[in-house]
Design a protein around this ligand. Structure first.
Ligand SMILES: O=C(O)[C@H](O)[C@H](O)COP(=O)(O)O
Ligand SMILES: [Mg+2]
Length: 307
């Protein structure tokens, strides 16, 4: 059973219990480029109490470095690639680390990308060669000619993330790599079905990989939340005590499940994908967060109550 938080005392209780705060981004901090009310103040308040703040997003459209630009633009303090201050972790980074450190993709091998520059940047950072993605020859609405297609024999994996320049050519090339080479890995950065943009829901990365799953009759390896790969990336860089760590998210089957799988406390906010009705009533989800509140911004009442 979840505990519904509403008073400054409730929020102050979380502050006492948890030293490390992991935050999902889309639907928790912002909708697209629109920051959620109170978020900047709450993050500043947490830092004033010397809390560790970590951002963990399944959004693979940006690299950690380009996320830093978004954080700066929206007035949210965030550190990247300043050990031990690495605070931003994304599913593009998790996919790249999975290929470099878990699969140990051999030099000379490469990946075919359905995705955007953020995913390509993280693959490059990890020394993973890649084709497709933002390559103009693949970002085309021209009919795909299989007769004219030459398979690159060095492609050993297809990586699929949120891609707003989707087309039949990309799906067709990915399908060729995944069917003509039985050893070719099928990897999804994340499986979020929808994306909470500033103006409403859009299809998410899970809906991007869905046509390939259907055509192939098989599911990809997912490296984003709720997979442990993402938490392994954080563990490799940041020391934290799971007992005193809380994961704050808006989606039950990614953020909250990620927290539960990692032995963390979980706080669900209702500013993104999950509605109150998803956690109450007869057909509520079996994934139960420890705590629920309307918005991350609610925690600013802690400050007010101290005044
Ligand atoms: O891929 C997607 O569908 C979106 O990026 C999704 O919003 C995940 O972003 P997160 O909530 O994990 O920041
Ligand atoms: Mg989210």
């Amino acid at each position: 059973m979840s505990t519904r938080l509403s008073s400054p005392q409730d929020y102050a209780g979380l502050l006492d219990k948890y030293d490390t705060w992991m935050f999902d981004c889309d639907g928790v901090l912002w909708h697209g480029d629109r920051i959620i009310d109170g978020v900047v103040e709450v993050l500043e308040m947490l830092r004033s109490y010397n809390k560790k703040v970590i951002f963990v997003t399944n959004n693979a459209t940006k690299s950690r470095k380009s996320y830093k630009g978004k954080f700066d633009h929206l007035g949210v303090q965030a550190h990247v690639s300043h050990r031990p201050k690495d605070e931003i972790y994304g599913s593009a980074y998790a996919a790249a680390v999975y290929l470099s450190s878990v699969i140990k993709l051999p030099k000379g091998k490469k990946v075919y990308v359905i995705g955007m520059s953020g995913l390509e940047e993280e693959l490059h950072e990890e020394g993973i060669a890649h084709i497709g993605g933002s390559d103009p020859t693949d970002c085309t609405l021209a009919p795909f000619s299989l007769a004219g297609f030459i398979l690159d024999p060095d492609v050993a994996a297809v990586v699929c993330g949120l891609d707003t320049q989707l087309n039949y050519t990309k799906y067709s090339k990915a399908f060729q790599y995944l069917t003509r080479n039985p050893d070719c890995l099928f990897i999804a950065t994340n499986e979020d079905s929808t994306y909470p943009s500033a103006d409403g829901l859009l299809p998410g990365a899970g809906s991007v990989s869905a046509p390939l799953r259907f055509a192939l009759g098989k599911d990809p390896i997912c490296t984003g939340k709720p997979s442990s790969t993402m938490l392994d990336c954080i563990k490799a860089k940041i020391d934290y005590d799971p007992e005193r760590t809380i994961m704050v998210g808006d989606r039950l089957n990614t953020d909250i499940l990620f927290g539960k799988n990692g032995g963390l406390a979980t706080l669900l906010v209702l500013t993104g994908i999950t509605a109150e009705s998803d956690i109450t009533g007869s057909n509520s989800s079996p994934i139960i967060p420890d705590f629920v509140t309307n918005s991350l911004g609610d925690l600013r009442t802690i400050r007010k109550s101290e005044k």
